[in-house]
Write a protein that binds this ligand. Structure first.
Ligand SMILES: [Zn+2]
Length: 410
């Protein structure tokens, strides 16, 4: 494990500036490439799983959060309201109220359900500056969020499907949870609703965990104020635990916002909201990936996926052409030019890049490249077209394996 704060700056993934402020990191091009790949992955996975994407604003009237309960139960985590033309507007502490209103804006029949609404959206948390550091505790958060509006009968299946997406994503990201936590309310009165509501929601989540065959620990005092949740826990290099992904069952917000659907019986019914996040926030996911992989990211996430290494200046035209074709193929590719050092030095400098294509006189003459993998394996010389196809295939598959077959150990 590595310290993402140190490595993130060394690898030029992100940084901060005192003039922007603590807890407000910016993403440099290499870090932005990782985040973009994550966002693209999430949108694809969600689209295939039947989610519809929306965009909603990061501001909302104070009244919105009074209705949602955030104002009375979560105000410590919120920024003070801003007065705009006699109205009070706040930076949103979560996306749920906006999504509830989007649902409410149209009539719904039971045939529309489950309605899965997803957004990679901004939200804001008023963290104290003392706990801020790197990407794990930030004041502006980009959340991979979704809300599934469904009938009570559909809750267990939807929650189980969300857990399945989390499992699939962790495989692609090359990360593992430390444990699953069933987060229940505590005794301190910051939770809404009656005991029946909590028992019912917690029972559903417990059933999902048991059916999925997942070991879990129930913990009081960790629920959201509106409902219990399954938290997928991870640990950083200092063994500090954090929740990355989550699946929550909520009977409360649908009630507060008066959400409805027309049932098969023609009568109006209340839907249930399942809140879920597959990879949590872009910030925390990136921090954990840096921690776990130490900069040697799975190929599909790597800021540079292919480095082309001409042995001498004479092979520069072929090297530039290969990198150009790779970029056209949608890969992130660069040329490490001979002027920047010996071949050995350039290979060393590119040691975190998953694919390293060496072009000497023989390869240049034959339209080929000698491909090395980051782990030291050497692939038999391939044509340039085949190099691009094989790398493209690994990247599209979002595999953590750099090569499928035929790689020879050096
Ligand atoms: Zn939510």
């Amino acid at each position: 494990m590595h310290d993402h704060r140190k490595l993130g700056r060394e690898l030029e993934l992100f940084d901060t500036d005192p003039l922007i402020g603590a807890g407000l990191p910016y993403w440099l091009p290499a870090g932005a490439a990782i985040r973009h790949a994550l966002e693209e992955y999430i949108r694809e996975v969600e689209q295939r799983a039947g989610y519809q994407h929306v965009y909603s604003p990061v501001l909302g009237k104070r009244e919105l959060y009074e209705i949602s309960g955030h104002w009375s139960h979560y105000r410590d985590g919120m920024y003070p309201p801003m007065d705009i033309g006699g109205e009070q507007v706040v930076l949103r502490p979560s996306l749920c109220p906006h999504h509830a209103l989007i649902y409410r804006s149209r009539g719904h029949s039971y045939r529309d359900l489950p309605l899965r609404m997803a957004e990679l959206g901004g939200m804001y948390r008023s963290e104290l500056s003392g706990v801020l550091g790197g990407l794990t505790r930030v004041r502006a958060i980009q959340l991979n969020d979704a809300h599934i509006f469904c009938t009570p009968d559909q809750v267990a299946e939807e929650a189980a499907a969300a857990l399945g997406l989390i499992k699939q994503a962790y495989l692609a990201l090359g990360i593992e949870p430390t444990r699953y936590r069933l987060s229940l309310p505590g005794q301190d009165g910051k939770y809404v609703g009656g005991q029946d509501m909590w028992d019912r929601a917690a029972g559903l989540l417990e059933q999902v965990l048991v059916r999925a065959g997942l070991a879990y620990e129930a913990e009081e005092g960790e629920a959201a104020f509106y409902g219990p949740k399954i938290d997928v826990q991870i640990a950083d290099s200092a063994e500090r635990e954090a929740s990355l992904s989550t699946v929550q069952v909520d009977f409360y917000l649908p009630e507060r916002f008066g959400l409805e659907y027309v049932g098969a019986d023609g009568a109006r019914h209340r839907p249930v909201m399942v809140h879920r996040s597959i990879i949590g926030s872009a910030e925390r996911a990136a921090a954990h990936l840096i921690d776990v992989h130490g900069g040697a990211f799975p190929a599909w996430l790597a800021p540079v996926q292919l480095v082309v290494l001409p042995v001498a200046d004479a092979q520069l035209p072929e090297a530039d052409a290969l990198a150009g074709r790779a970029v056209e193929h949608g890969l992130r590719a660069v040329v490490a030019r001979p002027e920047s050092g010996s071949l050995g030095a350039r290979i060393h400098a590119s040691r975190l890049v998953p694919y390293q294509a060496v072009i000497g006189a023989r390869e240049a003459a034959g339209g080929q490249a000698a491909l090395r993998l980051r782990d030291g394996r050497q692939v038999p010389t391939l044509s340039v077209a085949e190099v691009l196809d094989r790398i493209g295939e690994r990247v599209t598959a979002r595999s953590t394996e750099l090569w499928a077959e035929g790689a020879i150990d050096v």
